[in-house]
Ligand binder design. Structure first.
Ligand code: DX5
Ligand code: ZN
Length: 227
């Protein structure tokens, strides 16, 4: 199975999160925002690492024919290693695991061996030091700007210190690592996150809770470009 091109590392990316879309009409939701979608963010919740349950590989497989975009799968799971192959087979392009679940080095190796683009995520209260040792081995660092588990929460501005720290480290070492933020990203917080050093913006509510998700995504991109 081929991997969709993620685009140039470090470039601004808008990643709509389908968690905020109508699950009864996901294919339509994905097609509707296609022109403003760089990556499609797929939030996978296992009811254990986070209190909520969302979707898994069958939904990724069902959506795959409806979108040519990079599928950015965020695995909020205690045991993501058990499912990496299933996500790959379903059509995931990148999988992001949380550093808090441990076994990070082998999860990175396993994801890489499957041909996935590799992401590592950290919760708002997880220090940069926990992810720093892996920066040379990953393609994406996801710094959560809310505690994972639910859409529609408020952006935690304190995380910007960590985003800036990560950006300094990535640039100083000329690493090919994208820095993604996720949670509470909207027209007012997107410029703050980009200014701090993020280049991939995940947004659920700010896109799918608006009357025109396509216009909302376009406005979000413009706000980030004008930071
Ligand atoms: C939170 C998820 C997010 C969520 C963001 O657990 O990881 O991707 O969809 O939703 P908003 O943009 O509504 O905060
Ligand atoms: Zn997410």
């Amino acid at each position: 199975m081929t991997v969709t091109d993620a685009g140039p590392c470090g470039a601004l990316r808008i990643a709509p999160s389908i968690l905020a879309a109508d699950f009864g009409a996901l294919a339509n939701a994905v097609r509707e925002i296609d022109a403003e979608t760089d990556w499609l963010h797929v939030d996978v919740m296992d009811g254990h690492f986070v209190p909520n349950v969302s979707i898994g590989p069958p939904v990724v497989a069902s959506l795959r024919p409806y979108s040519p975009r990079f599928f950015d799968c965020h695995l909020m799971m205690t045991d993501p290693g058990r499912y990496l192959e299933a996500f790959k087979k379903a059509g995931a392009d990148g999988c992001t695991v949380h550093v808090e679940v441990g076994g990070t080095a082998s999860l990175i190796n396993d994801a890489r061996a499957l041909g996935l683009r590799v992401g590592l995520a950290a919760n708002p209260d997880t220090p940069f030091d926990e992810v720093a040792p892996f920066l040379g081995d990953i393609d994406l660092l996801l710094l959560m700007t809310v505690f994972p588990g639910f859409g529609g929460q408020s952006f935690m501005g304190d995380v910007m210190t960590k985003v800036s720290e990560a950006r300094r480290e990535v640039d100083a070492n000329a690493l090919d690592v994208d820095i993604e933020v996720d949670g509470g990203i909207d027209l007012s917080t997107a410029p703050i996150a980009v200014h701090a050093g993020a280049n991939v913006l995940v947004a659920g509510s700010a896109i799918f809770s608006r009357p025109s998700p396509l216009d909302a995504a376009r406005e979000l991109r413009a706000s980030a470009e004008a930071h």
